[in-house]
Write a new protein. Structure first.
Lengths: 480, 348
């Protein structure tokens, strides 16, 4: 789809952002050709380059983003927004070349409104820096993804991300109040900064999960909250997943408002909890946490413990719970994280309480049954909870992956096919919180069924020339 | 993934200048996907070697050491940029990168030595003199050592290992010759050099029984014990700029703040956003002022902007190199920058 970068186009881009902010350096092109998706990392690891952008631009304002998109439209060049590059789904990969728009120069925190409890920032502000700024004033944006220190505000929203404490505070999409977006034709729109409204459809939500295929998020206003007086954590051990799921269901349906419930299946407990936290346990390891006023949090915890102990859980005490909180991100960083040359993928999904256990059992059986003879392992934990269901954060792991990259890619995609179709057949979704990106793009028609053509029509309305992040979230570009 | 703390990534806003990307660049060369062309080596040397990425890494990954090791390898093959080679020649010829017309001077002998270094002599002589006055007022007699002599940190950061070892050995010899059992330093950089770079990067043992202390710690202790009276003075709102390398030494920088509060009032103290454990360097770090003056300048400007945003009317810092670098940028219209010890000495 991409046209090679012409001198005229380059000069036009330089006129918008300045010559220093347009790059075709090889180091830049390589850097922007890989995110946290296993696939491009694997190809690089096996010695092959992956598709690169034709050019990388660094705008400093929404108007500059709009001007870049207009040029891309004229030239029918793909536009790929880039935040922190921490996505695991390949959503920022320039698979058709084109213009990668790095938003990190747009990193200003525009307002911390202590009266309305909101923060407004440009899309490129780093999550960790935003949190420091809020903490300095006694606030927090209660969205704590493992990628927070890398990801950007726009990157929080584009793939509908979840953080560690989403069970109480919601996902990024539940915390956003307003967004400014540059559409595929260069139009700049902004949604109202109000807590909620009934003035027609909430079109802001169209951009949550669109991952740059409908437009480029350039600014957002988020809900913030005071840092809590206390945060209490406790660890428990359940005999199995079923009992732990029932405990979680009872805590959620009785509205005990936990900050976090994290339950590792026995395999994860034996593998990851032991490796990262150093506890050698047999069963399903669960963390529960509560925050807010210290006395209220303690009371909530007390009632939650009653629920768990009635179901036969072993109380492991506060120290292992606090230790998990202190090291919650270690699971996702070297040397603990899954890493090359192994093959791995987080095939997470979500469902209601009446189906989630069967979904877990079915995926475990499908992955191990189909690929166990090749050495593929299945592990999972239940990471984000609602009053109606839970997210299953499950993964596959093959320590001895094929060395040949094509062979590895084929096997990888086969595992994903089995995982996603099993999720869909058992009341789950293609994905709960990492987004769709390139990795899951091919499953979107199956996910949406009869509604998919409507999604295609919405795409055409937003991005008539289909230049916005082609090949992602199920939307292909136009063939030129 | 520790990029929230990376100063170069912050001021350049480039993916290529982030901890993740430096690791990717090194790996890509190893895989044969990039070569150490001038363009790629330019990227490698853009890291400030400030240590913030490791200090903020959830699993303490030693990326700065990997970057320095890669630089060392590239430099040893003769592929370092001309600016790096020029620094190497100056350090080898004159033991400092600043001047060629000032011979090294030998210090005296005594149990307590003040490490002056190259930046102390060439960039911060007034700050050194003020520190000596304050120490004297506190009843501490010091001998000044290594005047004009680089500690080796700059060479180490730039991947010039052999030069760094030569310089470090000269420092160690001077300490031994002085017979010092206590070496006082101005700022976190020298402390980190002696405690980490010498033993872990350069394989040189720090002399047994010789302790390293920051001058501010010594003075703050003396003030707390009423051995260093300071006359209070109203000078408006001020902010302390933590010197380069503060985050990586993992120690409190409360001593300078306590001294400033005593002299200029705690109520007038302001704090920068990039402070203490997240203290960004001033630009005079890792040789950036020589190899990437544009990035060094942006780091300085960011510190000055940070100071202005804090509401401070003046900034204060103690490391001579930081002081000189910030003053140089501040002279073009930024907030005034003063030396910690110069300011305190006026309050004796």
């Amino acid at each position: 789809m991409s046209k090679a970068l012409t001198t005229d186009v380059r000069q036009s881009l330089e006129a918008i952002v300045g010559p220093d902010h347009v790059s075709t350096r090889d180091t830049d092109l390589l850097t922007y050709s890989v995110d946290a998706y296993w696939m491009p990392q694997m190809w690089l690891d096996r010695g092959h380059r992956t598709p690169t952008p034709d050019v990388v631009v660094h705008p400093a304002s929404t108007e500059e983003v709009a001007a870049i998109v207009r040029i891309a439209n004229e030239q029918r060049m793909p536009v790929v927004p880039w935040g922190g590059g921490s996505g695991t789904q390949g959503g920022a990969l320039p698979i058709h070349g084109g213009i990668t728009v790095d938003l990190k120069r747009m990193n200003r925190i525009l307002e911390i409104n202590e009266r309305s409890f909101t923060v407004t920032g440009q899309a490129g502000v780093n999550g960790g820096q935003l949190e420091w700024a809020l903490n300095d004033r006694g606030f927090t944006l209660p969205h704590y993804p493992a990628s927070a220190n890398c990801a950007t505000l726009g990157g929080y929203l584009a793939p509908r991300g979840s953080g560690t404490i989403s069970t109480k505070y919601g996902k990024a999409e539940d915390l956003v109040m307003s967004m400014e977006v540059v559409l595929g034709d260069g139009t700049i729109i902004r949604t109202p900064v109000v807590p909620n409204h009934a003035s027609g459809p909430d079109f802001m939500r169209l951009f949550l999960g669109s991952e740059g295929t409908f437009g480029v998020i350039t600014e957002a206003t988020m809900q913030i909250t005071r840092l809590p007086e206390a945060r209490l954590f406790r660890a428990l051990l359940f005999k199995d997943v079923a009992t732990g799921l029932e405990a979680g269901r009872r805590m959620m349906t009785s509205r005990l408002d936990p900050l976090v419930i994290r339950m590792y299946d026995p395999h994860s407990t034996a593998l990851l909890v032991k490796r990262v936290l150093g506890y050698e346990l047999s069963g399903a390891y669960m963390i529960i946490g509560f925050d807010g006023f210290a006395d209220i949090a303690a009371l909530q915890e007390q009632r939650a413990m009653q629920v768990c102990l009635e179901l036969g859980a072993q109380d492991l005490g506060r120290e292992p719970g606090q230790r998990w909180w202190d090291h919650r991100y270690d699971f996702y960083y070297p040397p603990h994280t899954l890493k090359l040359p192994a093959m791995y993928g987080t095939i997470e999904t979500v469902s209601t309480f009446d189906r989630i256990e069967k979904l877990y059992d079915a995926k475990k059986a499908a992955i191990e049954g189909t690929f166990g003879h090749l050495g593929v392992e299945y592990i999972g934990h239940f990471s984000h909870w609602w009053r109606w269901g839970a997210s299953l954060y499950d993964r596959f792991l093959l320590k001895e992956a094929p060395e040949d990259p094509r062979e590895a890619q084929v096997l990888h995609d086969r595992v994903w096919d089995v995982a996603v179709h099993t999720s869909l057949e058992h009341g789950g979704m293609v994905n709960e919180h990492h987004g769709v990106g390139l990795k899951l793009s091919r499953f979107m028609p199956a996910q949406y069924g009869a509604a998919w053509p409507l999604m295609e029509r919405i795409k055409d309305a937003m991005d008539p020339n289909r230049i916005m992040n082609p090949g992602k979230v199920g939307f292909e570009g136009k063939q030129s | 993934m520790c990029r929230q703390a990376c100063p170069v990534g912050h001021v350049t806003a480039r993916e290529t200048y982030t901890p993740h990307a430096w690791a990717l660049t090194i790996e890509s060369v190893k895989r044969g996907q990039l070569q150490w062309t001038p363009e790629v080596t330019d990227v490698l040397w853009a890291c400030a070697d400030c240590g913030l990425c490791q200090a903020h890494c959830v699993t303490d990954r030693p990326l700065p050491e990997a970057i320095v090791a890669a630089r060392t390898s590239v430099a040893s093959n003769g592929d370092a940029a001309p600016a790096v080679r020029a620094i190497d020649e100056k350090l080898r010829a004159h033991a400092n990168p600043y001047r060629s017309d000032t011979p090294l001077s030998r210090g005296g002998k005594g149990p307590t030595a003040l490490f002056v270094g190259d930046a102390g002599l060439h960039l911060g002589a007034a700050e050194i003199a003020a520190a000596v006055r304050l120490l004297s007022a506190a009843g501490r007699t010091v001998v000044q050592i290594c005047e004009g002599q680089s500690s080796g940190l700059l060479a180490s950061s730039l991947g010039l290992r052999d030069t760094a070892v030569t310089l470090a050995k000269a420092v160690l010899a001077e300490i031994a010759r002085a017979g010092a059992t206590e070496v006082l330093v101005l700022g976190a950089g020298d402390q980190w050099t002696f405690e980490h770079v010498y033993p872990f990067r350069l394989g040189l043992d720090w002399p047994a029984g010789v302790i390293v202390r920051d001058v501010a710690d010594v003075l703050a202790d003396a003030h707390a014990q009423r051995a260093l009276p300071l006359r209070p003075h109203e000078a408006g709102a001020y902010a302390y700029v933590d010197p380069c390398h503060t985050a990586r030494i993992g120690r409190s920088r409360q001593a300078p703040r306590a001294l400033l509060a005593a002299a200029f009032g705690a109520a007038h103290a302001r704090e920068l956003f990039w402070r203490e454990h997240r203290g960004h360097p001033c630009g005079s770090v890792g040789g950036l002022q020589f190899t990437h003056p544009d990035i060094a300048g942006r780091l300085s400007d960011a510190r000055l902007e940070d100071g202005k945003a804090s509401g401070a009317g003046w900034l204060v810092t103690d490391d001579p190199a930081c002081l000189s670098h910030l003053r140089g940028r501040a002279s073009t219209g930024g907030v005034p920058v003063r030396g910690l010890y110069e300011s305190l000495a006026e309050r004796l």
